[in-house]
Design a protein around this ligand. Structure first.
Ligand code: AN7
Length: 351
């Protein structure tokens, strides 16, 4: 069967008219990869699966929500959309707005956006406005623009974003045949943990499956939910989740508590170590924020939190190619040789 994107695939679960014409880049249907090498490396008793959302058209999970939000905006005859972003939302909004033929404005924290994401927003043709401030300040401005103009906000405070993102849970249940016992993912603005939980709950109501415990991980320097206080100056190498006052804070706490899960934090060095481990054991290059799902899993393994009966899905939310600078930093640089066989063989050091 021809794959036509998450709206066509899951239309009966989405608040869109049956005859809708989706604005789609054929997002979704991403790989769910069993990670046995990683499991051995972590000495985890449980099964581990990685949901690689970096395989989406703009390289992050945001595309699932953006196809729905932009399709709705077009239905409502919007001429322009706007978002605040740590990078991925802006890339996705810009791409889907381009496909729809409408304008996109993006407001970004200056100097804190991975280069690939900024390049995406620009090449897809968004009007990019950088502010001398952080994501939370950008979102405050965007909320005001939304209140004062007809420009439609496509941050995850737009409920259509959450509706689209919940389809990842559906895919996981369909791939595994059951829901996992635990679902681990990074938490920034907390839209995605909200969306996944909504997806699992709705699937259970329709098809009577079990529910996973939701495990969310913030970065140590940007851990408002863990500490139950706003972070005025969030800081982390995982710039995607450099957020001090998440918009979906309450919903994330509810997902944690209703599922019997946890929201914890991981340090920048744990995040970078996990990013390298995922790449070197499983051949998957995710961005730093995404790796916090595995860094967090690793911490819980050390607490003997999991049993042999558990199946954990970690969402790898974004593609590592978006942020090559961070990946290359601190890694052994390439070896250098003269353009002759003997020199290359010497460096290969086969014996
Ligand atoms: C790779 O792009 O907030 O908890 O403005 O890009 O739903 O916010 C990105 C967030 C995790 C956190 N992983 O998801 C934005 C933005 C990656 C991300 C998150 C983001 P939420």
């Amino acid at each position: 069967m021809k794959y036509s994107g998450v709206i066509t695939r899951y239309l009966e679960h989405l608040p869109l008219p049956k005859d809708v014409e989706p604005v789609t880049l054929l997002e979704g249907n991403t790989p769910l990869i069993e990670a046995d090498n990683l499991r051995r490396e972590l000495k985890a008793p449980c099964k581990i699966f990685l949901k690689f959302e970096g395989a989406n058209p703009t390289g992050s999970f945001k595309d699932r929500g953006m196809t729905v939000a932009i399709t709705k905006a077009v239905l409502d005859k919007a001429e322009a959309v706007i978002c605040a972003s740590t990078g991925n939302t802006s890339a996705s909004a810009a791409a889907y707005a381009a496909k729809a033929g409408i304008k996109a404005f993006v407001v970004l924290p200056k100097g804190k956006i991975a280069i690939g994401k900024l390049a995406q927003a620009l090449i897809y043709g968004a009007k990019v406005i950088e502010i001398d401030g952080n994501f939370d300040e950008a979102l405050t401005i965007v909320r005001e623009v939304g209140a004062k103009t007809k420009v439609v906000i496509v941050n995850s405070i737009n409920p259509y974003r959450i509706e689209g993102q919940k389809t990842a849970s559906f895919e996981i249940i369909e791939n595994l045949g059951v829901a996992p016992t635990h679902h681990s993912l990074p938490v920034g603005n907390a839209g995605n943990i909200t969306a996944y939980w909504k997806g699992y709950v709705e699937w259970k109501e329709k098809h009577g499956t079990t529910l996973p415990r939701m495990l969310g991980f913030q970065a140590e320097g940007a851990a408002p939910i863990v500490h139950n206080r706003i972070f005025e100056h969030p800081e982390t190498v995982a710039t995607a989740i450099r957020i001090g006052n998440p918009a979906s804070w309450k919903q994330a706490v509810q997902a944690r508590d209703d599922s019997g899960g946890r929201i914890e934090m991981t340090s920048d060095s744990e995040i970078i170590a996990a990013q390298r481990l995922i790449a070197s054991t499983e051949g998957i290059f995710c961005e730093p924020a995404s790796a916090s799902s595995v860094a967090g899993l690793r911490k819980l393994v050390a607490e003997s939190y999991f049993t042999g009966k558990d199946t954990v899905v970690c969402t790898l939310t974004g593609n590592g190619l978006k942020d090559p600078d961070t990946a290359a930093r601190g890694i052994t640089p390439p070896l250098s040789a003269k353009p002759v066989l003997a020199d290359v063989l010497k460096l290969m050091d086969l014996n």
